[in-house]
Design a protein around this ligand. Structure first.
Ligand code: SF4
Length: 202
């Protein structure tokens, strides 16, 4: 039985971002990421993490999900580094609808129900590139590297997406006006505002 490196499991809370913002869910945060974005606000280090089997993860998520919303957001770090058919089938058997957020640099070994790609190509360096994936939605964190041409490139790459979101970079006061200007010029894209932070949830 494989053991997964898990940073934290928490909930109940709400999905704060994207097309499913406001929905009740629980979270599974995996250890490790293959990128090192300078403005990353997430702790995905091995400190205080645990190694858990798929059945243990499903059991703990089910215990957290006491009102049976049965939606789990799988994030990291980069969850695609560990995602495989064993955990996918175990969570599905436990009744969970799986939503994953990926940086888009890895193909998934097993399917999920909803895939959010949040690409950060400026942090790829020489070793990473965007993989050939087919996400449900594209969510771009707006820093100074994001402009009209970057959005046009993403629209071409992820042309099958159902939803397009621009999210201000947390802690950067210039990011919100930049985001709103981009939305004015590129009306396919909508504002995403990390709803969970606005209402004080984890
Ligand atoms: S890809 Fe996401 S989790 Fe990884 S360093 Fe960048 S912002 Fe953080």
């Amino acid at each position: 039985m494989r053991r997964y490196r898990v940073k934290e499991l928490f909930g109940p809370t709400i999905q704060g971002e994207g097309a499913h913002a406001g929905r009740a869910c629980v979270f599974l945060r995996m250890v490790a990421c293959n990128l090192a974005c300078t403005w990353c606000d997430t702790d995905f280090t091995p400190a205080n993490s645990r190694q858990l089997g798929a059945t243990e993860i499903a059991g703990e998520l089910a215990a957290l999900d006491r009102r049976r919303a049965r939606m789990v957001v799988v994030t990291g770090g980069e969850p695609a580094l560990q995602w495989d058919s064993e955990i996918a089938t175990t969570l599905a058997a436990a009744g969970f609808r799986v939503h994953m957020e990926t940086n888009g640099t890895r193909e998934l070994e097993a399917p999920v129900d909803w895939l959010t790609v949040s690409p950060k190509p400026r942090f790829h360096g020489a070793t990473e590139s965007l993989a050939d994936i087919r996400p449900s939605e594209c969510k771009v964190v707006v820093d100074e590297s994001i402009g009209d041409s970057e959005l046009a490139d993403l629209e071409r790459r992820y042309r099958h997406c159902e939803h397009w979101f621009l999210q201000p970079c947390d802690g950067d006061a210039k990011s919100l006006p930049r985001t709103l200007e981009l939305i004015e010029r590129n009306p396919r894209w909508r504002l995403s505002m990390q709803l969970h932070k606005l209402v004080g949830l984890p």
